[in-house]
Design a protein around this ligand. Sequence first.
Ligand code: PLP
Length: 371
Amino acid sequence: MSAIHVTKPALAPLDAFARKLESAWESGVLTHNGPLVRELEARLCDYLALPRLAAVTNGTIALQLAIRALGLRGEIITTPFSWVATASAIVYEGCRPVFVDIDPETLNIDPAQIEARITRHTSAILPVHVFSNPCATGQIGEIAARHRLKVIYDGAHAFNVRLGGQPLALAGDVTALSFHATKLFNTGEGGACVTADPELDARIRRLRFFGHDDARNIVDDGTNGKMTEIHAALGLVNLEFAAPVERKRRSDYAHYLACLGSAPALRFQRIDPEACNHSYLPVIFPDEDSLLAAEQALLAESVVARRYFYPALNTLDRLFPYQPFPVAESISRRILCLPLYFELGIADIERISGIVVDSLARHSSAKRATP
Ligand SMILES: *Cc1c(COP(=O)(O)O)cnc(C)c1O
């Protein structure tokens, strides 16, 4: 039996991808904001109900372009519970990440702790919609307005999330999306910057193209963040299947929760099932030992779960001077993401859940037996 990994990209049939590439092969246009990139941008705007969207090479570059387009300097407040790219994009743009602990239920930055970390050097807040669960965007927006700060959301997980019917990606000044192979919608590598502001969008488009304006004059301090036609073609054919992929995630998530519900020691992220895309299945264990035992039990059955996010970013003391953030550190030691992807079968979900539940039961009875 082949191994089950935490995720597997949802891919359109290979011949559909090949057909989509024919026009590029004929024209020889492979990049430079070609027709396939423009088509993908337009189709994503339709699908996600957005006024505009700038496709870029990846989600990390999307964060960097957002920081640069907003002219941010000094300190940027962010979360220690994320993928390292959230903090390293800040550092790459010459700014300093200032961490704020997370809420133990939502796993997002705790809005009540943000203001205490604002100094005269703070220029922005950069929260993450963790596992697509929307941040407290209203409260964060009020804090930002009070202190004249910009807000960038790391929406790498938050593809097609709506909050009260509105696209979540329109919250804040810019939202960075990722279309990496492991994300709900993928272009292999890819990402996008989303903003409601047409001038900011124009600046992001210049910055992703070396700082060129429409007349090919260099007018801005840019970089190369252009998506290629090959990646756009993959995105276009994958987008055809986005709706069934999203629907299956929703029902698989519910099935997992029903199967895991018999283990009272397990906890789950508090989510609003309507405002979330169920792209991940994070499970919070009572302690790190029980997580490690379950991880090993899964591995013994060729199931490869992943510790997202571990370790907490504030503990990366080669990158950042250590400061304690007890909630993020505790959660990151105890959270494991179980396999969840389009091709995963119901029987797999039941088998994986069974391994976790059995492992926990064995672990807690072993613990009771040791005085
Ligand atoms: C995947 C991810 C990124 C980076 O996106 P890439 O497209 O891989 O560069 C940033 N933040 C979070 C939270 C992610 O999960």
